[in-house]
Write a protein that binds this ligand. Structure first.
Ligand SMILES: Nc1ncnc2c1ncn2[C@@H]1O[C@H](COP(=O)(O)OP(=O)(O)OP(=O)(O)O)[C@@H](O)[C@H]1O
Length: 299
């Protein structure tokens, strides 16, 4: 039995952990046999000879044990790796959840949610308002097209489709409205549809419409609305007509509309006579409510 065999027997079963004692193995030049025939050159070449000897069966058994151990170690390492991976995944998932939770906190913050909700509500309102305005404008355009109303100018008010609208929108005297319906006038003519709202707003207007289309009523109604109630303030309105016929037509219309309201409506043929009449009526009849209508001859 030589020294190698003796040492091998003494060290039988002993394992050298290369991983753990790698530095020591390096220092003592302990190397694993790299020979092709592993069965003949078992395990560790403790003396750096490159060849170890021993019982083949024992070596096979030991090899199996070592392989088994290696497998076990590999399995263990694999398990550890898997555990690590699982832990990493878990951490990542937790981070994601935390992130989502953070986002959730942003959402669930009452002040933010309130402001965000308000903003969204405002945006929604704006959109619906725009849509409503668009629909309204389409309707207005349709009414104008159907009645062949052409308008020029900025910020033109919407046309009215019934006389009763004037009461709700422009405070037309209910008695005047009653007089209108008593005269059988319920639906305004096209010129009245657009001219009345314009004059109710106090806008200056130059209107053009065919004869007999209701132009007189179109300016008489707003005139009476602006005067509101009879008042002791002298002449409060003056209508200048190019012919006497037109002046009497306007007079008739105003008398009809203002019936029961209390306005005094007069027709003047000549400027001088009008001045005299007005002076007399102003001096003698204090408290008289008068609307003068002057007929101007173009000769
Ligand atoms: N909305 C209406 N519905 C029915 N009839 C109306 C309406 N408006 C006015 N009229 C009637 O139409 C007739 C003609 O009206 P008006 O004299 O005001 O027209 P005009 O356009 O002023 O005519 P001209 O160009 O001759 O001055 C009158 O008898 C009036 O009562």
């Amino acid at each position: 039995m030589d020294a190698f065999d003796l040492f091998r027997k003494l060290g039988a079963g002993a394992k050298f952990d290369f991983k753990r004692f790698g530095k020591d193995a390096e220092r003592f030049k302990v190397v694993r046999s790299q020979e092709k025939d592993v069965s003949d050159h078992y395990g560790i070449d403790f003396f750096g000879t490159g060849v170890t000897h021993g019982n083949k069966e024992q070596r096979a058994v030991e090899k199996q044990e070592e392989e088994g151990e290696v497998d076990a170690v590999a399995g263990k390492r694999k398990l550890q790796d898997e555990e690590k991976t699982a832990k990493k995944k878990k951490k990542a998932t937790q981070a994601e959840v935390a992130c989502e939770e953070n986002e959730g906190i942003l959402w669930t913050s009452s002040a933010d949610r309130k402001s965000k909700g308000l903003k969204e509500g405002r945006d929604r309102d704006k959109t619906s308002m725009k849509r409503l305005q668009h629909l309204h404008q389409e309707k207005v355009n349709r009414v104008r097209t159907q009645n062949r109303i052409n308008v020029h100018g900025c910020d033109v008010p919407d046309p009215v489709c019934t006389f009763s609208e004037l009461q709700s929108e422009y405070n037309l005297n209910p008695r005047v409205l009653q007089n209108l319906s008593a005269a059988g006038l319920t639906i305004p003519t096209p010129i009245q549809m657009q001219a009345i709202p314009l004059m109710m707003h106090g806008r200056e207007l130059l209107a053009c419409a065919p004869t007999g289309s209701g132009k007189t009523l179109a300016f008489c109604l707003p005139l009476l609305t602006h005067l509101k109630q009879p008042a002791n303030l002298g002449i409060r309105a003056l209508v200048i007509s190019p012919t006497r016929e037109l002046a009497s037509q306007t007079h008739r219309e105003l008398v009809r509309l203002s019936e029961g309201v209390g306005f005094r409506v007069h027709i003047l043929d000549k400027a001088s006579m009008a001045a005299r009449k007005h002076a007399t009526s102003s001096n003698n009849k204090s408290g008289t409510k008068t609307i003068f209508k002057s007929s101007v001859k173009c000769t």
